[in-house]
Design a protein around this ligand. Sequence first.
Ligand code: FE2
Ligand code: FE2
Length: 214
Amino acid sequence: MTDDTTQQSARHTGPDLTLFLAFHRGLRRDFGRLAEALDRCPPGDTARRALIDEHTGMQLRALHHHHSDEDANIWPLLRTLAPEAADVLDRLEADHQEMDEVIERLTGPRRQAPVQAADLRRLHDLLNTHLDLEESRVVPLIRAHISAEWWEQAGKSVSKSHGRDLPMIAAWTVDAASEEQRAHIFATAPLAMRVLYRLAWRRVYERRVAQVFG
Ligand SMILES: [Fe+2]
Ligand SMILES: [Fe+2]
């Protein structure tokens, strides 16, 4: 069997988790960065604060969306296919609820920057601990039990349901991806999305990031 054939068959034996894991990389990275951006924001600079809040809102919607998809679709399927996963899935769902409480405070009425930054750091810590568990215990079960076809269909509906956030979330995922993940995303993404990314989405995202993170 040639290397190509080996890669092809490996690709067809399990779900393609590239986007899921690149998304995790972005989540792991950016809430801490947003806290730092708030620390640097001069108290009277309402325009900059508004941009940071807007970007934070987009990231929090992406996070909430990811958790809802896991709780409503992926975990229930995994509970059926791998009943031994029940305990760890219960723990992950409880983590999602704990993070929801922080997300609620972060998306409520505007607060002083240091208070908001403290909650962003709390979320960063909770999320990184959560993703350590999810990636070490549950990702192997997803690879072993969930079919490539189911995962692909589910991924398509998730992308559609991002609605107006899709351009920013798609460009953010590409930005957060490792070099290897990025090459795979460009090799497999639908042509229309690749064209939109190159013509518009990337530029809009990069302008936003420059404004928010300086
Ligand atoms: Fe996840
Ligand atoms: Fe999760």
